[in-house]
Design a binder for this molecule. Structure first.
Ligand code: HEM
Length: 216
């Protein structure tokens, strides 16, 4: 579970980095989403990311199966429930709610894939020409998608779930592979907290900035 988690963490780094190209429009008013469209086109037309995409879907599937197995194993370990609840003193609420947070993310995935990945790969996205090359205008698709307030709210809620899921998942994955030992404890914990705040915050800023027209 730690290894598939780290693989998904690496995917998030690439995904948030590529999507952050939409913010280029804030610094260059002539950009109009071209930097993002070009980066997305590179990822969609190059065989290496396409191959990794298959690995990504296998990784997500395995991560869910492993999570379910862990949840059932944990429940099966005690036939008698605890008499006293230690609340947040024994473990944090989000560590005990990884299944729930993961389920919220799975529901988000289904909405998210229907909005972006399925049009991009199967049903079609409007095209644009940049530097003489024809490519998907994913930037305009984003603007259209994030014009709906309910979509923005769903994305922000998903990003909050992602933040809590990562807050436990990041340090847990590194503990599993033996890196979160006494020597690196503070470093891994610090990196985990930083990553769990910055990445979901950047993701959440995308629908919010498009909705309010900060990115155009
Ligand atoms: C909140 C802002 C987000 C935006 C604007 C966004 C945008 C996109 C776009 C445009 C695509 C299609 C890429 C393509 O096919 O060329 C995509 C795919 C995908 N997104 Fe997101 N995404 C966001 C957040 C997330 C989050 C938080 C996750 C995971 C926790 C995620 C997971 C995925 C996955 C798994 C795919 C399909 C795999 C791929 O081909 O890249 N996305 N996203």
């Amino acid at each position: 579970m730690g290894l598939t988690g780290i693989f998904l963490i690496l995917f998030l780094v690439v995904h948030v980095g590529l999507n952050a190209c939409i913010f280029a429009t804030i610094f260059n008013e002539d950009d109009h989403g071209q930097m993002f469209n070009k980066a997305a086109h590179f990822m969609g037309s190059n065989w290496v990311p396409r191959l990794l995409e298959i690995g990504l879907f296998v990784g997500i599937f395995l991560h869910i199966i492993q999570g379910l197995m862990l949840e059932f194993q944990n429940r099966g370990k005690r036939s008698v429930k605890y008499e006293v609840s230690f609340g947040n003193r024994g473990s944090k609420w989000y560590s005990r709610s990884m299944g729930l947070l993961g389920t919220i993310l799975l529901i988000f995935f289904i909405i998210h894939w229907k909005q972006f990945w399925i049009p991009s790969r199967f049903t079609g996205v409007e095209e644009t020409t940049i530097d003489g090359k024809q490519m998907h205008d994913l930037f305009s698709l984003m603007k259209e998608t994030f014009a709906e307030p309910w979509v923005v709210i769903v994305y922000v809620l998903a990003c909050i779930s992602l933040a809590y899921h990562l807050l436990h998942g990041f340090q847990s994955a590194f503990r599993t592979i033996g890196v979160r030992n006494n020597r690196y404890l503070k470093l891994v914990n610090g990196l985990g907290v930083g990553f769990s705040i910055i990445v979901p915050l950047l993701f959440a800023l995308m629908p919010v900035s498009m909705y309010f027209g900060w990115v155009n």
